[in-house]
Design a protein around this ligand. Structure first.
Ligand SMILES: O=C([C@H](O)CO)[C@H](O)[C@H](O)COP(=O)(O)O
Length: 207
């Protein structure tokens, strides 16, 4: 299972600093949606130039104009980008078309999708490299939030998937047991007093 750090920061400088600290422990460097909105796609270029050996993931959360948004993100240096599972099939198909043209990949983010199992299968049939079983920061903050629902959906869908939803050292082994291909950790790393140590502990918890 790969480890992905989600850098939900607001400046390129902060993202470069964090990436510099944690890159040795992670496989995928994610430019979070807030970072891309605050700094633009030049943030993607800066991270790819600093870490050409890492998979660079642009969390675009594209909802429309799939081919266009994917194209500009791939041109900026992204290896993977997200399209929302709530988008129309034609948006996902358009993004997949751009990914094929650049020899890159589309991840369909299932944030806010009620029936994640069905949509995961549909997304895969449309050409997604994998789907993201995702509970966003707002959903995580609701009382009673439980990561296990995402893990069950991932195991049931039987397609390649990542899990994002406040993954931490205490839960990453469960993510792996559920069969995830990628564990995503944002706050558990960027909010830690020592992000490098936090990333190392997550890496060490993967067997
Ligand atoms: O995608 C995310 C969220 O929608 C804000 O952009 C997060 O990067 C994702 O949830 C992973 O972060 P944590 O949940 O803090 O691990």
């Amino acid at each position: 299972m790969k480890l992905q750090v989600a850098m939900d920061l607001l400046t390129v400088e902060d993202a470069l600093e964090l990436a510099g600290k944690v890159a040795e422990y992670v496989d995928i460097l994610e430019l979070g949606t807030p970072l891309i909105k605050a700094a633009g796609l030049s943030a993607v270029t800066a991270i790819k130039e600093a870490h050409p050996d890492k998979i660079v993931f642009a969390d675009m959360k594209t909802m429309d104009a799939g081919e266009l948004e994917a194209d500009i993100a791939f041109k900026a240096g992204a290896d993977l980008i997200t399209v929302l599972g709530t988008a129309d099939d034609s948006t996902i198909a358009g993004a997949v078309k751009a990914a094929k043209a650049h020899n890159k990949g589309i991840v369909v983010d299932l944030i806010g999708v009620e029936d994640k199992v069905t949509r995961a299968k549909e997304a895969r049939a449309l050409g997604a490299k994998f789907v993201e079983m995702h509970a966003g920061l707002d959903e995580q903050a609701k009382p009673g939030f439980d990561l296990n629902g995402l893990l069950r959906a991932g195991a049931e869908a039987r397609v390649p998937f990542s899990v994002a939803g406040g993954v931490k050292v205490a839960t990453i082994a469960d993510v792996q047991k559920a069969g995830a291909d990628v564990a995503v950790a944002g706050g558990a790393i960027y909010s830690a007093a020592d992000p490098a140590l936090a990333a190392k502990e997550l890496r060490d918890a993967i067997v």
